[in-house]
Design a protein around this ligand. Structure first.
Ligand code: MTE
Ligand code: MO
Length: 372
């Protein structure tokens, strides 16, 4: 059993798949704290978790032609300036279960919890690439990452990002060795993972073994044959994965974490809580909440966490306390967020349905009954 050596996990996690391990925190824990505690941070593994020895660990950075590759130990990585930022990681499949209610999709049934936020610290990728001799060449347009996790045939997890993002100090791409002040937990990439702020989780390669620069995107299955969006009209017989770009920056997203669907709430006043986030460093500027399915709206209160212009890498938690209209027996609670490019979420799932169930960001809806 290649999974026999997987780490022990927190019992509060809702498990979507045991082997490989995939799990999300329950909604009420997800927004209890701004920073997600490591033990309940959502986990998305495609393969068994490797057990790496930090003393012999080496990260290979392939240099430009004619230059020797770098082989970096953990101590070598610690010598680069340490950079620390708060970043939200979201899987492209977050909220897929709502998409599969419209029509069957292939993928894990994530609810609203395939998203979490941590303080990440490590070396900036741009500093490490510069040390290896890389510059912004037009012919070498992508940075490919390879994990040290692999399937029985020896194929490793891999992904890539554009070189321009990797080389941009303002993009703050990290080779992270700390998560919330601790060494990375094994499930989250010990000893080193990539963190690509504002970009889909699939590019944040864990158990990082190799970084290379080349003219093409990664040839990994997960770069070329997965994590792409398609029209609702495309099915598994007609899909041409080469016709869509790989997902990088994610669209604006929000979800309600309290109350939960089907719950009974007290008459009088209701408290609605949730998260909102957008890709590419775009800040969430507003969250609208409706108690009547979208007929009337109220503006939620956002947390006071710092939002850096163009570098809003982390989510905003929000809440709304509102009177329950007298006589109401049920509430259809809806939320939708707006980012600083005034991007909005689509109101329903059907027009954005896609066969893989990715990019599920329609208005989030929760139906509750009112106690009488
Ligand atoms: N890196 C490796 N090596 N193997 C993986 O299976 N999964 C990716 C990414 N990095 C993965 C990986 C996906 S799809 C996501 S959403 C994030 O890791 C999840 O990161 P987390 O498990 O720390 O939340
Ligand atoms: Mo993912």
């Amino acid at each position: 059993d290649p999974y026999a050596d997987d780490p022990i996990r927190h019992p509060a996690l809702k498990v979507n798949s045991q082997r490989p391990f995939n799990a999300e925190p329950p909604p009420e824990l997800l927004t209890e704290t701004y920073i997600t505690p490591n033990p309940i941070f959502f986990t998305r593994n495609h393969l068994p978790v490797p057990n790496l020895d930090p003393d012999t660990y080496r990260l290979h950075i392939v240099g430009p032609p004619g230059r020797r590759p770098l082989s970096l130990s953990l101590d070598d990585l610690y010598k680069f300036p340490k950079h620390e930022i708060t970043v939200t990681v979201q899987c492209a499949g977050n909220r897929r279960s709502e998409m599969s209610q419209v029509k069957e999709v292939r993928g894990l049934e994530w609810r609203t919890g395939a998203i979490s936020t941590a303080r990440w610290a490590g070396a900036r990728l741009c500093d490490v690439l510069a040390k290896a001799g890389h510059q912004l060449h037009e012919t070498e347009a992508h940075v490919c990452f390879e994990g040290l996790d692999s399937d029985p045939t020896g194929t490793a997890y891999g992904a890539s990002i554009p070189l321009a993002r990797a080389m941009d100090p303002e993009a703050e791409v990290l080779l992270a060795y700390e998560m919330n002040g601790q060494p990375l937990p094994r499930d989250h990439g010990f000893p080193v993972r990539v963190v690509v702020p504002g970009v889909v989780g699939a590019r944040h390669v864990k158990w990082l073994g190799k970084v290379s620069v080349g003219p093409e995107e990664s040839y990994s299955h997960w770069q070329r044959r997965d994590y792409k969006g398609f029209s609702p009209s495309v099915d598994w017989d007609s899909v041409d994965f080469d016709s869509s770009p790989s997902i990088q920056e994610l669209p604006v997203q929000s979800a309600i974490t309290e109350p939960k669907d089907g719950e009974m709430v007290e008459a009088g006043e209701v408290t609605v809580k949730g998260y909102a986030w957008s890709g590419g460093g775009r800040a969430v500027i507003r969250v609208d909440v409706s108690l009547d399915g979208g007929l009337t709206w109220q503006v939620a209160e956002l947390d006071r966490e710092e939002q850096r212009p163009r570098k809003a890498w982390a989510w905003r938690l929000w809440q709304l306390q509102a009177p329950v209209p007298p006589g109401k027996k049920e509430l259809n609670i809806v939320c939708k967020a707006v980012d600083d490019s005034y991007n909005v979420q689509p109101d329903t799932v059907a027009p954005i349905w896609n066969l893989r169930g990715v990019l599920s960001n329609a208005w989030h809806r929760v139906h509750v009954r009112v106690a009488s």
